[in-house]
Design a protein around this ligand. Sequence first.
Ligand code: GYE
Length: 305
Amino acid sequence: SGGDAGSGGDSGSGDTITVGFAQTGSESGWRSANTESMKEAFSAENGFDLVFNAADNDTAAQIAAVRDFINQGVDAIVLAPIVEDGWDDVLQEAADAGIPVILEDRTVSASDDLYASWVGLDFEKEGEMAGAWAAEQYGAEDTKMVVLEGTTGSAPANDRAAGFDAAIEGTSIEKIDSQTGDFTRDGGKTVMEGFLQKYGADGIDLVYAHNDDMALGAIEAIEAAGAVPGEDIKIISIDAVKDGMQALVDGKINFIVECNPLLGELAAGLVKDVLAGEDVEKEVYVEDASFTQEQAAEVIDDRAY
Ligand code: GYE
């Protein structure tokens, strides 16, 4: 950028912070909103030079992207890790190079000495909120449930399963099957088609989808099988993105737990604080709400994503 001697530009190119952001990919509506929020916060206007990488849900590619950032000598790395495991080596390499890493969204299993901070959501609590509602609504009658899991090995898939399972323990909800749909609409549709073939629409009462996109795919599969989503087969999902909330208002989904993707500003603030040598929280949690069909109808026009 600029740099004419004595021009005194107000964006002071010497202060520009170069940040490498390793995003998971573009699997869902949540992810699009998250990427947009990050690009907005890490803008040139805010003093950043953002190097953006989306790994298309490929862990090896994401690790390679982080290694590239280290070799480029960026000032800081922001990482939304696809899966929890496998980060120890490259995080150690970043530490050795003196480059701070801030995690956003998903978590890692590596030691928290290897990153400066994490900002995101409480996935286990999201699962618990979804499970508590299921237990209250359907827990007293025989309910056959299938689960559309997020990406295998990812923090939200692990934690949303654990939170939900704990909340329905001791109820009459029976998990008859559970498979990954990789957080995508296509994945949710394909897995649901398989479930419908295997158990028949009559053999399934409830779908728990780890995100809205998979729920939306399941809706397509259920309708194609001649059943009515939200009535014949109830659906609970997580995220509360626009399309999910619309399906909730339309009666095709029964309950959604929110997962706020607007983490950009908080992540950018953490990067600036860490580089300024300030003490930051190791974990920064953002609160989530939840919505019934009636509640969704009231708020849908005011949602930011
Ligand atoms: O719920 C899903 C996305 O990691 C919280 O990833 C995120 C999840 C989100 O693909 O839609």
